[in-house]
Design a protein around this ligand. Structure first.
Ligand code: PEP
Length: 262
């Protein structure tokens, strides 16, 4: 049975002081919780500090993006090795904001996935359609293209170390989450594609998270879907109480509530 995963994406928010306080709030709020993996992705400026706050807890730090090169003349970029050095174990790759605002292509996402895996990071690969693409009936075609581009050159063993997030672009930051049925349909298709690219046992183990306006009230029904293995949370991850409530909904929805992790 897959352990659910809940990831907080803080985007370009928090000063160092705010980041430490938020990480402490989540760490303390999750004390005593089992049956769920939790990752916090602060901005790069706070990654080292947040890693220190989380040290000794079951919560891990992650990064929001990486470059594909190991080092070099790439002003402003951060390599997977530098992310590992800062204490992170996971990196978000291919977020729709990176694709739309920074011009990241499917090919770049594939290169980032390869580089992250080579550095020992878990790449959390984001895919999702725009509202126009959904209206045109192209949802499955779009997410399929994005997942194949991200994973097709990777071995089954490598794909077995990746996580996926289905993040419909129209649901991000809009307070309009996908319905559980909409998410379930796409997640099931994503799992089929992972099985085609790797093996069915890799696909059965692969965490596929839902992201897009997840809130404490929308999370339980989404997490109750069999192929929804937790969530990638943006806005609601900036308030420790809301994020912790979403985290707690994941093991509850899967019948996994348990004993303390500390
Ligand atoms: C995101 O950007 O990854 C996200 C899920 O944002 P929000 O929860 O704010 O919709």
């Amino acid at each position: 049975m897959r352990e659910p995963v809940v990831v907080g994406n803080w985007k370009m928010h928090t000063t160092l002081v705010e980041a430490r306080a938020l990480a402490e709030g989540v760490r303390d709020g999750c004390r005593g919780l089992t049956g769920v993996r939790v990752v916090l992705c602060p901005p790069f400026t706070a990654l080292g500090a947040v890693s220190q706050v989380l040290a000794g807890s079951a919560i891990q730090a992650g990064a929001q993006d990486c470059h594909w090169a190991t080092q070099g003349a790439y002003t402003g970029a951060v390599s997977p090795a530098q992310i590992v050095d800062a204490g992170a174990r996971t990196v978000i790759v291919g977020h729709s904001e990176r694709r739309a605002i920074f011009g990241e292509t499917d090919e770049m996402v594939g290169q980032k996935v390869a580089a992250a895996l080579a550095a020992g990071l878990v790449p959390l690969v984001c895919v999702g359609e725009t509202g126009a693409e959904r209206a045109a009936g192209r949802t499955n075609a779009v997410v399929e293209r994005q997942v194949r581009a991200a994973l097709q050159d990777r071995s089954a063993e490598e794909i077995g170390r990746a996580w996926l997030a289905y993040e419909p672009v129209w649901a991000i930051g809009t307070w309009q989450a996908a319905t559980p049925a909409q998410a379930a349909e796409v997640h099931a298709r994503l799992r089929e594609i992972v099985a085609e690219l790797a093996t069915s046992s890799v696909a059965q183990r692969c965490p596929i998270l839902y992201g897009g306006s997840l809130k404490p009230d929308s999370a339980p029904a989404l997490f109750a879907e069999a192929d929804v293995d937790g969530g990638l949370v943006g806005g609601a991850s900036l308030k420790a109480v809301d994020f912790v409530e979403i985290v707690r909904a994941a093991p509850s929805a899967k019948g996994r509530t348990g004993s303390p992790i500390h």
